[in-house]
Design a protein around this ligand. Structure first.
Ligand code: MN
Length: 206
């Protein structure tokens, strides 16, 4: 298995940490019983939503151009990108123009996730699902909950293309578009414009 700093080599190669305030990424061991989940709304060259799910010490990451849908009939393209460090989960701010991913990043949802299914070894089931390109997970976020699947597509022959699909469960809702419903930061309440302007976060509501 690759070491954690190997896993983050591509992430680091793409960035100049003298210029961007994104985290360099800690490589210390972490014994998490709950796996971290985050979605960042990223207004880069093109707007997209970065879905990140912790696995084996890094955040597996997918760029979802249209963001998540709660409609089980909808399949959203998800492009797998390089693994990100776990401390990226608290990053909200602006990446300087001209740098990799230059633009504004909002923490759009965060929480934890588990394997969505019955297994005596949920972590092994997650690893297996990831490897096979059939990754079933249940979100416990502030905004998104319930079961989802990421399915790797074979059609294009491009290994990094997946589809993000909501499972049919009590959290499915074809009538609600979460991208429209939630327009502000899940942690600071700021709009994209306020984040871009560097407006100080308000105290969080209870
Ligand atoms: Mn991004």
């Amino acid at each position: 298995m690759p070491t954690r700093s190997d896993q983050l080599a591509e992430y680091r190669r793409k960035r100049d940490f003298a210029r961007t305030r994104e985290p360099r990424g800690a490589t210390g061991r972490r014994t998490a019983t709950r796996l971290a989940y985050v979605i960042q709304r990223h207004e880069a060259t093109r707007l997209h939503f970065d879905l990140r799910l912790e696995l084996d010490g890094v955040m597996k990451s997918w760029a979802v151009p249209k963001g998540p849908s709660l409609d089980p009939a909808v399949k959203r393209l998800a492009i797998e990108v390089e693994d990100h460090p776990i401390d990226y989960n608290s990053f909200e701010g602006t990446i300087p123009a001209g740098e990799y991913g230059g633009g504004t990043v909002m923490l759009w949802d965060r929480g934890t996730y588990t394997y969505a299914g019955d297994s005596d070894e949920p972590l092994a089931a997650l690893r297996d699902g990831y490897r096979k390109g059939d990754f079933k997970f249940e979100l416990r976020g502030k905004r998104l909950r319930g079961s989802w699947v990421l399915v790797r597509t074979r059609r294009s022959g491009r290994k990094n293309q997946w589809l993000l699909i909501k499972h049919r469960d009590e959290r499915a809702d074809p009538d609600v578009d979460p991208v429209e419903k939630y327009r502000t930061s899940v942690t600071t309440g700021r709009t994209m414009a306020q984040i871009a302007a560097g407006t100080k976060p308000r105290r969080r509501r209870r």
